[in-house]
Design a protein around this ligand. Structure first.
Ligand code: FAD
Length: 358
């Protein structure tokens, strides 16, 4: 472990070789390999309970792969009786058990406000004091940074607007006219269930691309792995954008999987398409994705705007003491999935180990 000779003692929470920011699946996968490598580390998580983003999904959210195809490193997710596709609650229980099983040093709730250079290492400023580390792995996910496009008239619309992160169940839209915006899995799954109780219009920026029915998370992981290895065949995005989970297939049977092009603008009580009269809506659900949650890294990445950070593997090009884990394919193929993040976490810890013990 590194020894810091001159730091301020007041406000110090501790020091270690590696501070992991975020205790969702990415942070836990990093912790698994850090423990195995014998590196002194701590995992700081802003939430009061384990589970990361899986604690906040909508009521009916399920994995798009069976449990046996959704493992973190070392321990497969147990099968849930009677459930082909595990519920979000099951994933939360698994993550809770996982961190206990490997006795991972998770501290919560601890929110990291800023990571900045401090001598040869990095200072990690939190709401419970400062940590000093030689390396920081940021694994803060995307859930806290919902993205909503700047559609004209958004501020004028007097109905309800919410993002995927605030959606819980279709019940609150019963009998209403609802617009669901977005061409990905969240939009398709929310459309599938809201359309059972409400009159729904689905709006996408480009025609929706449905995957073949037999593609699930396992297939996506295999394709991502093959592509990353330079193998033949297409990439994951060539397969489409929307996994045909049972609820979406059911919506297809009911003929509600029909998308309209993007609206021209929202109005006070509805929306307009180009050259069309206004259509009334009571609610708009923005299923329009997320951005990486990197606000705590502003001091390390001053030129970062939005989207990706330049990396070698997961190591930041601009700040080599910083690693970015689990944000999307730019931080490793399928690294924003349960089955995929382990491989990237392993490579990240191997890189840190090699630098600590050359
Ligand atoms: P998160 O789970 O978001 O965890 C990040 C943690 O960091 C959180 O606990 C957060 O509170 C904490 N944090 C954030 N900022 C700070 C800070 N400044 N200081 C301290 N802590 C902080 N993947 C699959 O494998 N299968 C699926 O079927 C699947 N379905 C999905 C469905 C939806 C609707 C979505 C959105 C994602 C789905 N995913 C699926 C993708 C993926 O598994 C999740 O996005 C996953 O939660 C990402 O894990 P993570 O650890 O990177 O981030």
């Amino acid at each position: 472990m590194m020894v810091y000779e001159a730091w301020e003692v007041s406000g110090m929470a501790g020091s270690c070789d590696v501070v992991v920011v975020g205790g969702g699946q990415g942070g836990l996968a990093a912790g698994y390999y850090l423990r195995r490598a014998g590196l002194d580390h701590v995992i700081l998580d802003a939430q009061s309970q384990p589970g990361g983003a899986w604690r906040h999904g909508w009521d009916s959210l399920r994995l798009f792969s069976p449990a046996q195809h959704s493992p973190l490193p070392g321990w497969a997710m147990p099968h849930q009786d009677g459930e082909d596709f595990p519920t979000a609650g099951h994933v939360v229980a698994y993550l809770r058990a996982y961190e206990q099983r490997y006795d991972l040093p998770v501290r919560r709730p601890v929110r990291v406000h800023e990571v900045r250079p401090a001598g040869e290492g990095l200072a990690v400023e939190t709401d419970t004091g400062r940590w000093l580390a030689r390396y920081v792995i940021s694994a803060t996910g995307t859930w806290e940074c919902p993205y909503v496009p700047d559609v004209p008239g958004r501020a004028e619309f007097t109905g309800r607007q919410l993002h995927t992160v605030h959606y819980t169940s279709p019940d609150e839209f019963r009998g209403q006219r609802v617009m669901v915006v977005g061409g990905g899995n969240s939009a398709a799954q929310i459309l599938a269930e809201v359309s059972r109780v409400a009159e729904v219009t689905w709006v996408t920026a480009r025609p929706p691309r449905f995957m073949p029915d037999d593609v699930d998370g396992r297939v996506l992981f295999e394709v991502a792995t093959r592509t990353a290895a330079g193998g033949p065949g297409g990439s994951v995005s060539d397969l489409g954008d929307i996994v045909m989970v049972p609820s979406v297939r059911d919506a297809r049977e009911r003929e509600v999987l029909r998308a309209r092009p993007m609206i021209a603008r929202l109005t006070a009580h509805g929306a307009c398409w180009p050259d069309e009269a206004e259509q009334p809506y009571e609610a708009v659900i923005w299923c329009t994705g997320f951005r990486p949650n990197l606000t705590h890294l502003a001091a390390l990445l001053p030129s970062y705007q939005q989207g990706k950070v330049a990396t070698h593997g997961t190591r930041s090009v601009d700040e080599p003491r910083l690693y970015l884990l689990g944000y999307g394919n730019w931080t490793g193929p399928a690294s924003a999935t349960l089955i995929g993040v382990g491989r990237t976490a392993k490579a990240t810890v191997a890189d840190i180990t090699a630098r600590l013990h050359p």
